[in-house]
Design a protein around this ligand. Structure first.
Ligand SMILES: Cc1cc2nc3c(=O)[nH]c(=O)nc-3n(C[C@H](O)[C@H](O)[C@H](O)COP(=O)(O)OP(=O)(O)OC[C@H]3O[C@@H](n4cnc5c(N)ncnc54)[C@H](O)[C@@H]3O)c2cc1C
Length: 540
């Protein structure tokens, strides 16, 4: 009977593992791949999507087009029962739990971004991992240019025109290089913004950029980025972030409304809860890619800690989390699953990197290939040639090439398409002294204090001013309930403060749906500010 090989994850590791297993075992295996998205994302191209040189749908390929004879299930993996050999997934609109059985399980679920260790970073930073992140960053950069063009407040203009990237590894350097190119090429559409007003900064904890590459190439990359006006701050960590500030470990404050975090890779909670042995937050595997202590569970890619030699201890003794390695691991994994099915001996994973490449934007790059160091235009061309060759799917290769040709002969588009709205409830962090809002601003939502304290100054209809000091558990901004569309109060943070913001419409809908909440907020407005409710006021 055909063996059921179940692969979790449709990234480099999962996609190539599914292809290789099917190629090796043919009819002897029934291969199924489960992924949250129905497309494959070529992550190395994400910075180019963020910069608008490739449009988002052209940088991805449907998994179904890439995987012939493999059953693709678009679903979210929830848990694994290793004893019953069952994976539980949530699928469909109703998110119904479904049990999927396996004979061999391959875990290739990558990593997630966890920024929770730095206060405010998870709530205020953009990330660069998913297609949506890249699309959102492009929209965000254009939004800041639009805002800078029209604001009359110098402080706001400065914040809008300061763009920061945290992390100067591959993804940080490529992201900042591409983002700078997008800004430089877009400025001609914004006559009120001069190039000298734009500040682009990279913050890196290590004492060099691109620590994955030889030092000389790291130095070249740094010089090249600095020549293009990018500030590089080395040896500095990030202490906290707000909607208008990035605060560094040495106390430096960067006024900015754009923070892109390319740090914080962490194991996904699902992978952590699988009951498989973990090491350094990854699934511990043998050199054969079998999960430790399991014959029929395998892992590869970014979620696995893969020793490259017996007794591996140091960081360099393990396979790096790169696409280049994930693809080679997939070949070894498929050969070993086939050997295991056929009762043949398994082989350890072995691969020597052919080199590394990074694009710096503006037609420059750095590379080390077979020990030869290359920089500048040749390295950039090599980067493009290599990745277009590596891209799976003929039509995706053609689409990316056409995007690059169009980009070479035309201006960058500053069209800002309306994207997904931010969540109706989200956290915002403020530093002591920050203005949260002031009288006259648009009444955008209701604020609940999670930690910290604020001062609220309210001007009543009789001209009398009320001053309130509010702390954890208190809320403000609820005048929306009585039809306030502009703020009547000014609120400032007295100390570092975290608030939960509930957007205007969501708040009104919630209060409408729960009479007990409506009664509570009306009573609060009456006793605190002497404001009477408006009868029959409904959500807009
Ligand atoms: C901006 C950027 C640039 C990069 N540049 C390079 C480069 O130049 N060269 C290089 O070699 N590498 C590069 N990398 C690294 C490379 O992309 C990763 O090493 C590679 O993508 C890892 O593949 P993976 O399959 O292990 O994980 P991923 O590609 O992250 O795939 C994980 C898969 O698991 C799925 N998944 C996760 N959780 C669930 C769940 N609960 N249910 C269902 N499905 C789930 C996801 O949907 C996804 O399909 C870069 C990465 C980034 C972010």
């Amino acid at each position: 009977m055909a063996q059921r090989i179940l692969i979790l994850g449709g990234g480099f590791a999962g996609l190539f593992a599914a292809r290789e297993v099917k190629k090796r075992l043919g009819a002897k295996a029934e291969v199924e791949l489960i992924s949250e998205e129905n497309y494959f994302v070529f992550q190395p191209l994400l910075p180019e999507v963020a910069a608008g040189s490739i449009t988002a749908p052209h940088a991805v390929t449907p998994l179904r087009a890439l995987l012939k004879d493999v059953f693709v299930r678009k679903a979210r993996v929830h848990s694994i029962d290793l004893d019953r050999q069952i994976v539980t997934v949530f699928q469909g609109v109703q998110r119904r739990p479904t049990e999927v059985p396996y004979d061999h399980l391959v875990v290739a679920m990558g990593q997630v971004v966890d920024l929770s260790r730095v206060p405010g970073l998870a709530d205020h930073a953009l990330t660069m991992k998913h297609l949506e992140d890249a699309r959102q960053l492009r929209n965000h950069v254009i939004e800041k240019l639009e805002h800078a063009e029209i604001t009359g407040l110098p402080e706001v203009k400065k914040e809008a025109l300061t763009f920061t990237v945290v992390g100067a590894g591959f993804s940080g350097v490529e992201t900042v290089g591409e983002m700078k190119e997008l800004i430089d090429r877009s400025l001609k559409f914004y006559p009120n913004v001069s190039p000298e007003e734009v500040r682009v900064v990279v913050v890196e904890f290590a004492d060099r950029v691109l620590s994955e590459l030889p030092e000389s190439l790291g130095k070249y990359a740094r010089k090249r980025l600095e020549d293009r006006g990018i500030e590089i701050m080395l040896g500095k960590g990030v202490a906290s972030a707000t909607g208008t500030r990035l605060i560094l470990s040495d106390g430096t404050e960067i006024p900015t409304r754009t923070i892109v975090a390319t740090i914080g890779n962490a194991p996904s909670p699902v992978v952590r809860g699988m009951g498989l042995e973990q090491d350094a937050g990854k699934i511990a595997v043998e050199r054969t890619l079998q999960a430790k202590g399991r014959d029929n569970v395998w892992s590869l890619g970014d979620c696995a800690l893969i020793p490259m030699k017996d007794g591996a201890k140091e960081r360099d003794d393990f396979a790096p989390p790169t696409a280049q390695f994930a693809v080679r691991e997939a070949k070894c994994l498929a050969a070993n699953i086939a050997a295991s099915v056929e009762g043949a001996p398994l082989k350890p994973f072995a691969y020597k990197s052919q080199g590394a490449l990074a694009s710096l934007g503006a037609r420059r790059g750095v590379a080390e290939v077979w020990g030869i160091k290359i920089s500048g235009l040749p390295a950039w061309l090599l980067w493009r040639a290599y990745y277009v060759g590596f891209l799976p799917g003929f039509s995706t290769k053609v689409r990316v090439l056409l995007n690059w040709m169009m980009d070479a002969i035309s201006a960058r588009s500053v069209v800002q398409l309306k994207g997904a709205e931010p969540p109706a409830a989200h956290y915002v962090h403020y530093r002591a002294g920050d203005r949260i809002y002031e009288a006259g601003n648009r009444a955008d939502g209701v604020y609940a204090i999670v930690s910290g304290a604020v001062e609220l100054r309210h001007q009543g209809n009789d001209g009398r001013e009320t001053v309130l000091i509010l702390g954890q558990g208190d809320h403000f901004g609820d005048g929306i309930l009585v039809g306030e569309d502009r703020r009547r109060s000014t609120v400032r943070a007295l100390e570092d403060t975290k608030v939960l913001v509930l957007e205007r419409d969501a708040y009104l809908q919630m209060v409408d749906a729960f009479p007990v909440l409506k009664d509570y907020f009306n009573a609060h407005l009456r006793t605190t500010f002497g404001v009477e409710p408006m009868p029959g006021k409904r959500a807009s």
